[in-house]
Design a protein around this ligand. Structure first.
Ligand code: C5P
Length: 297
């Protein structure tokens, strides 16, 4: 029985500039993504029907049509007119509804795995198009590295990084709904126009001066997310006295602390003691996007 094993990374947004709500309900963004070394693993086995199992952090997630992995499989079947099936197992390490694009990582992993499992031979450019239909963050989960995203976040241009970065993620056991955070943004900022450009951050990222990068980091969803979740504001207030740069990850509630790559592990230990209600995870970035680790015939 043929099996394909894929891993896909979490992301953090170094900048997330948000514009007005568009007629299609999405917001124009100017964002900078970085893939970090927290990976979900996906195994796809050739089978007559389509089935999904989830272990790790996502044990209670739905495994029906509402799951992005199943949506990815159906989209690929439709786009290529194949009737093949797969039994898919996902092991989740990326926090669920945490603002780190865990669902998008799984969708990207499914596209990549099934393209190989079903011998579809779709080029990367076609996979990226299908990824954009599944969700705004899915194309970046395929691409990885560091990239500027515009439109809904799905139009990507890679940035060559000047150095590795360290991160400490303060993850929460309770997630936050992305649509709700965007809705709250609309209420707080009814006059939002075009999103602010991220040009200076993109420039800083090609160098190795971490403080120059930190200075340009910004997230327009921080205020609406903090309005919905008191713990975000509390933790960020405590961290304001701390010399490292703190930013909300995506639409939250994960809080990300930016540091030197070699400092991440010890900082995570320190932060775990300081914030026992959260789980502190050390990571480095940028790392590769969704990739095949093994194929068994
Ligand atoms: O694209 P995706 O399905 O991941 O987006 C989830 C939700 O986040 C959307 O339904 C929308 O409410 C919000 N969103 C947005 N503007 C974007 C991306 C996402 O309003 N650019």
């Amino acid at each position: 029985m043929k099996s394909v094993f894929v891993s896909a990374p979490a992301k953090v947004n170094l900048a997330l500039r948000v514009g007005a709500r568009r007629p299609d309900g999405y917001h124009d963004l100017d964002t900078v993504f970085e893939a970090v070394d927290i990976f979900d693993d996906l195994q796809a086995d050739l089978a007559p029907d389509l089935r999904l199992e989830i272990s790790g952090l996502g044990e209670n997630l739905p495994v029906d049509e509402s799951n992005l992995v199943i949506k990815a499989a159906h989209l690929l079947q439709k786009a290529t007119n194949t009737q093949q099936g797969a039994h898919i197992k996902v092991h989740k390490r990326i926090p669920v509804a945490g603002g780190m694009a865990g669902g998008s990582a799984d969708a990207a992993a499914a596209l990549l795995a099934l393209n190989t499992l079903w011998d579809l031979e779709l080029p990367d450019s076609r996979l990226a198009e299908l990824a954009g239909e599944l969700g705004s963050d899915v194309p970046f989960a395929l691409l990885g590295g560091i990239a500027r995203g515009t439109s809904r976040g799905e139009q990507l241009v890679s940035i060559k990084p000047g150095t590795l970065h360290g991160w400490v993620f303060l993850t929460s056991a309770t997630g936050l709904s992305t649509p709700e955070v965007f809705h709250c943004f609309d209420e707080m900022f009814p006059a939002a126009g075009d999103p602010f450009a991220t040009t200076q951050l993109c420039q800083a990222l090609t160098g190795s001066d971490l403080s120059a990068i930190a200075q340009e980091m910004v997230n327009d969803l921080a205020a609406p997310a903090a309005a919905l979740r008191a713990d975000i504001a509390d933790i960020c207030a405590e961290l304001a006295e701390f010399p490292g740069k703190t930013i909300l990850s995506g639409s939250g509630p994960t809080i990300a602390i930016f540091c030197a790559a070699e400092a991440a592990e010890s900082l995570a230990q320190e932060m775990q003691e300081k914030f026992p209600s959260r789980t502190a995870i050390a990571a480095i970035g940028p790392v590769t996007g969704a990739h095949i680790r093994r194929v068994e015939k």
